[in-house]
Design a protein around this ligand. Sequence first.
Ligand code: PRP
Length: 178
Amino acid sequence: MGHRLGRVLITQEEIRERVRELGKAVARDYAGQDLLLVGVLKGATVFLADLTRAIDIPVSLDFIGVSSYGARTRSSGVVKITSDLSVSIEDRHVLIVEDIIDSGRTVNYLRRNLQTRRPRSLRLCALLDKAEAREEAVEIDYPGFRIPNQFVVGYGLDFGGLYRNLPYIAVLEEEPSG
Ligand code: PRP
């Protein structure tokens, strides 16, 4: 089965506007506080780069790598940390930045893991919320867009490592080969 880019689900302009709103909300809520944005590799890097520039208060950045190998098969859902934070989060306000919440397994694992390091607060900002695919309940403090249960690429999201550099979010369609 081959694949091709399908319709654009969220345009560059729509993303820009929503990111601006999210950045404002974060800046308002954390004004005067020590905030660390934690980007989840690799998908969240594009979103994080734009979000951080939409937040007009001082913030720090760090990254964590999480492999969600098997997360899309109902039976497994194995999640593990492949690259850890470079700083301590103890007593700091931490905002996890994700590109998409799908089953919810990755971010719930991450939340449990980071919580053991005793941050002052721990919240979640996610650009895309594929709510219909949820297998575990997730509370998204700063949600971007709710999207249908379709495979999407672009703006950080990949298929086989490709498409992350698209400036918009598009549906990836299967096309019969041969
Ligand atoms: C994606 C996304 C989330 C996770 C969401 O990462 O960035 O971390 O899957 O899925 P879940 O809610 O079902 O757990 P992916 O494993 O594709 O890695 P990548 O960010 O490096 O592309």
